[in-house]
Design a protein around this ligand. Structure first.
Ligand SMILES: [Cu+2]
Length: 120
């Protein structure tokens, strides 16, 4: 390898480090109002797909499926024991009591729909 290439790689790694530790900030997630948050399941996306919750505070997710494809049929949250069958155009309530801190992936049974519940 030429010295130029090695120097180039070094610069890139420094840039990546600066980006990671100083510049990059995680996007703020949606928060419940009065403990309730509506999630719409449509067009391959949960809206919102990133949800911020507070440790120990119950949160009620109201999940509405607007996508008729079988892909959207189940709403699953890993680590919280949530696995709910969704009916079309119906608000399905998912209550999460006293969540512990962590990132809990939300997804459909095929992992096409994806999101995360972040508890801090
Ligand atoms: Cu799916």
């Amino acid at each position: 390898m030429s010295t130029l290439l090695v120097n180039g790689l070094g610069v890139m790694m420094i840039a990546a480090t600066i980006w990671w530790f100083w510049l990059w900030k995680p996007k703020q997630g949606a928060q419940a109002s009065n403990g309730v948050l509506l999630i719409t399941v449509a067009n391959g996306t949960y809206t919102p797909s990133t949800i911020d919750a507070v440790e120990g505070e119950a949160i009620t997710l109201e999940v509405v499926r607007e996508d008729a494809s079988p892909c959207a049929e189940f709403f699953i949250i890993d680590g919280l024991g949530v696995n709910v069958q969704l009916s079309l155009h119906t608000r399905e309530q998912v209550v999460i009591n006293a969540p512990q801190p962590g990132d809990y992936p939300m997804h459909c049974q095929m992992n096409m729909y994806q999101g995360v519940l972040r508890v801090r």
